[in-house]
Ligand binder design. Structure first.
Ligand SMILES: *Cc1c(COP(=O)(O)O)cnc(C)c1O
Length: 338
């Protein structure tokens, strides 16, 4: 099976597993796992931020950030396609008791002027706008991304209006290998950042939340109440350290392969439109009203696994377990699709 359903399917390499097995372990609920501490320090330093917190998933790092940045009856602003709104089970309401104002962006991106218009005035009957969440790269937006120049006016606005700014950077490193921007610079723009280690970076699990000392102190309490305090989790944190040291350059290869596949698909008669390919995600709409479920079933019978993205669109995600040979095979197998 050629698995293009997500970059979360990546399996730890032998080298990563060996590194994990040699990790020094302790009880992280007591803050005594040296490998978890090393990962947290490494990532905080990488982003020029004060502290970091290792968590089981990106949903948890996002939800903790929302919880710490808001109080019940507040409201967060995000793009209507964002992961925090679409794919986290409505956790903003469940954990934080807040409302959401999902804006209609462009391929998952929103602008400072849109946000400014959406900020609610202070009235007894309105939720209070206190948080903006950006996603970079955008998942449902087809791997689109913001440059820091585009984020700057949003950060200025948040500063001016006293709003917290959180980055869902699940696939941030796929962006930075394209723009050449540094993690230090990204760190200076946000109050908190969530980074997934389990996607293109290739670890079996784990995400990390980055922010100021007092923010992370509070985040630790919220992680605990969500049941995310783990014990000898240095074994997973070691995979994160290995990934950050070794697996970032591969993300550029993944991005480039998505572009190659995108160019191929744009020429096929069964494709109506390919969303602009900017990182490792490729979304295309099928021609002639063909349903994604029908198309995906057909692909599966040929040994290709893909995700439906709406009734007529399909998503491919490129990742490190895909080889050049597999890319050629995918093109060959799809050529005769009608
Ligand atoms: C994958 C993803 C997350 C986190 O997902 P988990 O499966 O909970 O780790 C968050 N945001 C975006 C944009 C994602 O793609």
């Amino acid at each position: 099976m050629i698995n293009l359903i997500s970059d979360t399917v990546t399996k730890p390499s032998r080298e990563m597993l060996e590194y994990m097995m040699s990790a020094e372990l302790g009880d992280d609920v007591f803050g005594e796992d040296p490998t978890v501490n090393a990962l947290q320090e490494k990532v905080a330093k990488m982003f020029g931020m004060e502290d970091a917190l290792f968590c089981p998933s990106g949903t948890m790092t996002n939800q903790i950030a929302i919880k710490v940045h808001t109080r019940p009856l507040d409201e967060m602003i995000c793009d209507q396609w964002s992961h925090v709104y679409q794919y986290e089970v409505g956790g903003y309401a469940f954990h934080s008791g807040i409302a959401v104002n999902p804006l209609i962006g462009k391929y998952g991106k929103i602008t400072a002027s849109q946000i400014e218009e959406a900020i609610k005035p202070e009235e007894d009957w309105l939720p209070r706008t206190t948080l903006v969440v950006l996603e970079n790269s955008t998942n449902k937006g087809g791997g689109n991304y913001y440059t820091l120049d585009e984020i700057k006016p949003i950060q200025d606005l948040c500063d001016e209006r006293g709003l917290a700014l959180h980055l869902d950077g699940a696939r941030l490193m796929n962006v930075l290998v394209e723009t050449g921007e540094s993690t230090q610079d990204v760190g200076s723009y946000f109050d908190s950042i969530s980074l997934c280690l389990s996607k293109g970076l290739g670890t079996p699990g784990g995400s990390i939340l980055i922010g100021r000392k007092d923010f992370i102190k509070e985040a630790r309490r919220v992680r605990k109440v969500m049941g995310g305090g783990m014990r000898q989790t240095g074994i997973l944190a070691a995979a994160g350290i290995y990934a950050l040291d070794n697996n970032i350059p591969q993300l550029k290869v993944d991005n480039d392969r998505a572009k190659i596949l995108g160019q191929f698909l744009a020429k096929q008669s069964f494709v109506k439109e390919v969303l602009p390919v900017r990182t490792n995600i490729l979304i295309f709409e099928l021609a002639n009203g063909r349903t994604s479920s029908d198309f995906i079933t057909q692909l599966k019978s040929k040994g290709i696994n893909a995700a439906p993205f709406g009734a007529h669109s399909v998503r491919f995600v490129l990742h490190r377990d895909i080889t050049d040979g597999m890319i050629g095979e995918v093109m060959n197998l799809m050529k005769d699709e009608k």
